[in-house]
Design a protein around this ligand. Structure first.
Ligand code: NDP
Length: 334
């Protein structure tokens, strides 16, 4: 059995607030295992926008304080209690989804862990895991997009955006990507956006007007929107008759309540999608996890890592992400 220390490095949150509430410690007790869990020695933790929602209080702290955030990490199996239901053994390279990824060790439900295929690095495995599965679930289930259709992807140079653009391009979908600034627009285009719109530019037509122009006034079949407050109304304007808007995040703030009677003008459907409801069973998790890891292995999906931050710089990672300074995926080295 590999030796597991009693203390570890971790980020602990004792109250909601800005990035400053992310407290670094090197003396957090290594968690004990409960039934059905295995212990993973994490190498890289994924930073996701949802981490900022838990930190700020937009989403309530699950289980109260102290709170441990981080929805995913890659590493090696450090300890198994009894026998493994899914055939893991100590030393296996794995990636997991759950909670507690801003830490050296995580006790995680075995059913939320998958093996990393040979040929996929720890960085790419976690860099494309939660986000890759989300992107696949958005195009397969939230709005099952078809070849030849036209969609809008907001924040197209972000972590989610770059993956969505690549996947949609491969499916033969016309992607209108929005992004803040010329450099982000160029990156989105390189990664599969057919057209790009700088929605931060203050001169010239609005992004809504540009989408309508690009679609000859018809509008789009679907908008995938992780920006939220700043874009949700425009999404309804660029929606084609009988189309769908899929909201999946709040990078600019939560969408306020609105009157659904507005949807009747064009028989628009809306949905609020979350990955976790698509990977409830082991079978569902394996479907999406293997789907994305296969794409990473075959290089169909290129994982762009913005930066690997030391764990003690988690505050900076959150500042950069919320400050719209990043493209692609942020990782923490553990
Ligand atoms: P990103 O890398 O996309 O970063 C967020 C981007 O949003 C920024 O870079 C910025 O891009 C854009 N943005 C627009 N307005 C603002 C604003 N006011 N403040 C900050 N950013 C803004 O993040 P992620 O890829 O981690 O996540 C993208 C979205 O996807 C988030 O809303 C997240 O919650 C959601 N998500 C949802 C999941 C689900 O299951 N529902 C799973 C995974 C992610 P620009 O400068 O180009 O505008």
């Amino acid at each position: 059995m590999s030796s597991v220390p009693s203390k570890m490095k971790a980020i602990v949150i004792n109250k909601n607030g800005g990035p400053e509430v992310l407290e670094y410690t090197d003396s957090q007790p290594v968690p004990n295992l409960s039934d059905g869990q295995i212990l993973v020695k994490n190498h890289f933790g994924g930073v996701n926008y949802i981490d900022t929602y838990f930190r700020s209080g937009l989403y309530p702290a699950p289980g109260g304080f102290p709170m441990f955030i981080g929805q995913e990490a890659s590493g090696t199996v450090a300890k198994i209690q009894g026998s493994s239901e899914y055939g893991f053994k100590e030393g296996d390279r794995v990636v997991w989804i759950g909670r507690g990824g801003y830490a050296e060790y995580t006790a995680i439900a075995e059913k939320s862990v998958v093996k990393i295929p040979d040929g996929v690095s720890d960085e790419d495995a976690v860099g494309g895991f939660l986000m890759g599965m989300t992107a696949l679930s958005l195009v397969k289930e939230a709005y099952p997009v078809k070849k030849g259709e036209t969609v809008v992807v907001h924040a197209a140079a972000g972590g989610m955006g770059l993956l969505l653009c690549q996947i949609l391009r491969d499916m033969g979908v016309t992607v209108i990507g929005t992004a803040g600034g010329p450099e982000k627009c160029a990156l989105a285009k390189e990664n599969g956006a057919t057209h790009v719109i700088d929605y931060k530019a203050t001169d010239g037509p609005s992004w809504v007007e540009q989408v309508m122009k690009l679609t000859d006034g018809k509008g789009v079949d679907c908008t995938y929107d992780g920006v939220g407050k700043d874009t949700y109304e425009g999404d309804l304007e660029v929606a084609k008759r009988k189309s769908k808007v899929v909201y999946f995040g709040n990078a600019s703030g939560a969408i306020p309540p609105f009157n659904i009677a507005r949807l009747s003008a064009k028989n628009i459907s809306i949905m609020r999608s979350t990955l976790m409801q698509y990977i409830v069973t082991r079978e569902e998790l394996e479907f999406y996890a293997n789907g994305v890891l296969d794409m990473v292995k075959s290089k169909k999906l290129n994982i762009k890592i913005h930066k690997v931050y030391p764990l003690k710089d988690a505050q900076q990672a959150h500042k950069d992400l919320e400050g719209r300074k990043t493209t692609g995926k942020l990782l923490l080295e553990l």
